[in-house]
Design a protein around this ligand. Structure first.
Ligand code: ASP
Ligand code: MG
Length: 418
């Protein structure tokens, strides 16, 4: 008998029909002799709709505490309905909010981190033969305040819960068949990956692959929780996310991701003296602005240029911050660019294979595009380029790294994507 955490995302429980389908799937699993703990997201676009509603009420940013109070209702609707659906199939079930399930977090409303899980109550319910259903994305502070874990946070609830109850596996059910080598909507012959390492998945998730929430992957890696990503609409084998994953002979790149949420900021003619970079980035950090790629060019006449990327949403604030420290730092001008995308190749095999990045640069330049910025880690290379021909670039890279596959290999695959 296995203890399984099953997580269903918003589109998997988008309406009553889908909710019933999920109930069937869970009951099937339980009746195979497993103990199931289910984590669900809010139905369909509920979270977005609630956010819209708050905007109609508030002209300024709504109070963070009340926002969490509002958004957590979405998941509460889901757990109650799923429990009803499961019980109507004759299977005992009990639903729990995050706080009832013992999910404790810090006090950061809107993006709280889990600090502790006290799973005794749900484990008792499981041991009494119930399917347990837990609301994703929510928790409670030590003072009893309701919090949420940040958009997409139900994945994190599921993985953290799986770690806390030492589940045998955490299955993430979604609207695609698994993790693909790249977005199958962009590249028709993208391949479904049978397995991928935590590190590769973490890079892909951080680099823009939306299939798993990065924090959930981090959690899975830290607690060594075996993860499976699979479709809630069919029984196809999914993708296993684990510590070590086999690489097909001759293939070093596992996946290609892209992120359009990129803006470049360049500071030109900055006076060259120690501590300048520190001043700029400390000022940005104080405003909670995340900086990604940083490139500094050579020094000429005692002046240097450097560029960095931030998310599009942070661009204007970043420019303001830089203007505000202009007299302190001393520079000639600051500029920014928006029509960019960061394309990344990821693969654990890159560490030991020379020429992988060189090939990426060749492929991009063969399309007549110039590369604005580059960043690398042991298992990834990212290039910032103009965004106009992104799909062509991804397709060309996919082919160049030998990732194209015969489309018939996964009939029943991406057509399920809504
Ligand atoms: N319902 C929340 C959201 O849409 C959490 C989740 O779906 O994981 O972000
Ligand atoms: Mg959602």
């Amino acid at each position: 008998m296995s203890l399984i955490v099953m997580k269903f995302g918003g589109s998997s429980v988008g309406d009553a029909e889908r909710m019933k389908r999920v109930a069937n799937r869970v009951v099937e699993r339980q009746r195979e002799g497993n103990q199931c703990v289910v984590v669900v997201s809010a139905m369909g676009d509920t979270t977005d709709d609630l956010i819209d509603l708050s905007k109609q009420i508030c002209s300024v940013t709504p109070p963070a505490r009340e926002m969490d109070m509002l958004l957590t209702t979405g998941e509460q609707v889901s757990v109650a309905l799923l429990s009803m659906a499961i019980q109507s199939l004759g299977q005992p079930a009990l639903s729990f909010t995050g706080w009832q399930a013992g999910m404790y977090t810090d006090e950061v409303h809107g993006k709280a981190r889990i600090t502790d899980i006290q799973p005794e109550r749900i484990l008792n319910a499981v041991n009494q033969g119930n399917v347990v259903i837990v609301a994703g994305f929510q928790g409670m502070t030590a003072d009893g305040e309701i919090t949420t874990l940040g958009r997409g946070g139900s994945d994190t609830t599921a993985v953290a819960l799986a770690a806390a109850i030492q589940a045998d596996v955490c299955e993430i059910f979604t609207d695609v068949d698994g993790v693909y080598s790249t977005d199958p909507r962009v590249v028709k012959c993208a391949r479904k990956l049978p397995e991928i390492t935590y590190d590769e998945m973490l890079e892909l998730a951080n680099l823009g692959a939306a299939v798993l929430h990065p924090r959930a992957v981090e959690y899975a890696k830290n607690y060594n929780v075996p993860l499976v990503v699979r479709s809630s609409f069919n029984h196809n084998a999914g993708t296993n996310v684990k510590e070590e994953a086999a690489m097909e002979q001759g293939i070093v790149v596992r996946g290609i991701a892209s992120d359009k949420n990129v803006a470049r900021i360049s500071i030109l003619g900055i006076e060259e003296k120690p501590g300048q970079l520190a001043k700029v980035f400390t000022a940005l950090a104080k405003e909670q602005i995340d900086v990604d790629i940083i490139v500094q060019s050579g020094v000429m006449n005692g002046q240097a240029d450097f560029s960095f990327t931030v998310s599009l949403t942070d661009k204007d604030r970043a420019l303001e911050v830089i203007q505000s420290i202009r007299s302190e730092v001393g520079f000639r001008e600051v500029s920014s660019q928006e029509n960019l995308v960061k394309v990344s190749i990821v693969g654990a095999g890159m560490v030991s294979t020379p020429g992988v990045a060189a090939k990426m640069f060749e492929v991009i330049s063969a399309l007549g595009l110039s590369i604005n910025m580059v960043s690398t880690s042991e298992i990834k290379t990212s290039c910032v380029i103009e965004n106009s021909r992104l799909n062509e670039v991804i397709q060309a890279l996919h082919t160049a790294y030998g990732l194209d596959t015969d489309q018939t290999a996964f009939v029943g695959g991406p057509q399920d994507r809504r």
